[in-house]
Write a protein that binds this ligand. Structure first.
Ligand SMILES: *Cc1c(COP(=O)(O)O)cnc(C)c1O
Length: 351
């Protein structure tokens, strides 16, 4: 069968393991350990007895109004809703990066961006972080064929954040749009939404998968200036968000108190996880997200991952060629983190 050469040549993206529910303590894909806001569940139930024989609102306007309100944006025209922020990222890459052109990402970061470039027949340039997860100056250098720069902020797997002031300078130094992937920003103290108002080339993506506990629903969105949203709307599927997810996402945006409460709880647990790992000799990167990245002087990361998995605890073992490996542990409930820490301690004791 004749597929496009770009497709035939590319490696598929491998998402984190998703075992059947209930079997594992799941700390491997940065989901929220808590169920979503109660208002979301009611909204889904109500939507289920709504007019499902009709197509949904193509622009998810109720959601966009609620999100603009919650985020202090001038209006719904600053938002594009999508089927997860992964769809938004797909739309952005399709919108800006053509065959033979290129996008840039830091390294190590979100590998999906490379896959999106590969699908386009475009190339990608990985710029390694320098000491303690700082961006080198070369990350902001323009280049003839460079059409899009993507920065997860906070970054995964490190959980580190580039301050908005520095992101602003980066956007100014680039000729092409800069995507700030804020999948984890609700767990941080700062975000880049203000920069969108100041610079049309700053594009912020958000998701409901992590902080709102809605990974199973698939809903994400873009914040950009209205003319950018209008242009990118041409690319999306006509009905990219369904009636049930629009109702749920709208209710989620109305649940800002729930969000603040859960983020506060998880950030306390995150600190405890980081402190106890450090006590066990791990090198732990200070995190602004709902996970921590850690390495151990023993180098036994893969063995720890496997030991935990045998104990029904899933964390993410990550290996980045030419860079190194380590463990990314999502912040779960206190009980889940206690169980994880106990087993790690047990593993280290038998070394
Ligand atoms: C989880 C994650 C996303 C994906 O979010 P979805 O809305 O679930 O598609 C995007 N970017 C980064 C960096 C992530 O870790």
């Amino acid at each position: 069968m004749q597929f496009r050469p770009a497709l035939a040549a590319m490696k598929p993206y491998t998402p984190g393991e998703q075992p059947p529910p209930g079997k594992f303590i799941k700390l491997n894909t940065n989901e929220n350990p808590f169920p979503p806001p109660p208002a979301v569940v009611s909204a889904i139930t109500a939507a289920a007895s709504g007019p499902l024989n009709r197509y949904p609102d193509p622009m998810a306007t109720s959601f966009r109004r609620a999100a603009a309100d919650a985020l202090g944006l001038p209006g719904p025209e600053w938002i594009l809703a999508g089927n997860g922020s992964d769809e938004i990222l797909t739309i952005l890459v399709r919108g800006f990066v053509g065959e033979g052109q290129s996008l840039r990402l830091p390294y190590p970061s979100y590998i999906l961006y490379r896959t999106l470039a590969d699908i386009q027949g475009a190339s990608w340039e990985q710029v390694p972080f320098i000491d303690n997860w700082q961006l080198p100056a070369s990350f902001g250098e323009s280049r003839e064929d460079l059409r899009l720069v993507l920065l997860p902020n906070p970054n995964s797997p490190s959980g580190t954040i580039v301050p908005p002031q520095q992101v602003s300078e980066l956007a100014d130094s680039l000729d092409c749009p800069l995507v700030i992937d804020e999948a984890y920003v609700d767990f941080a103290e700062e975000n880049c939404l203000e920069l969108v108002k100041q610079n049309e080339r700053v594009l912020v993506t958000r998701t409901l998968s992590k902080s709102y506990g809605l990974a199973g629903l698939r809903f994400g969105f873009l914040v950009a200036q209205p003319h950018v949203v209008a242009e990118l709307t041409k690319i999306k599927d006509s009905y990219n968000c369904d009636m049930i997810s629009i109702a749920a996402a709208t209710a989620a945006m109305h649940s800002q108190d729930w969000l603040a409460e859960k983020v506060a709880v998880l950030n306390v647990t995150r600190q405890r996880l980081a402190d106890e790992l450090a006590e066990m000799g791990f090198d732990v990167v200070p995190s602004h997200a709902n996970f921590v990245w850690c390495t151990h002087p023993s180098g036994q990361h893969k063995a720890i991952y496997e030991f935990l998995k045998r104990s029904q605890i899933l964390v993410r073992y990550m290996e980045f060629p030419d860079w190194g490996d380590g463990l990314r542990i999502s912040v779960g409930t206190d009980e889940q983190i206690d169980a994880c820490l106990l087993m790690i301690r047990r593993f280290l004791d038998q070394l």
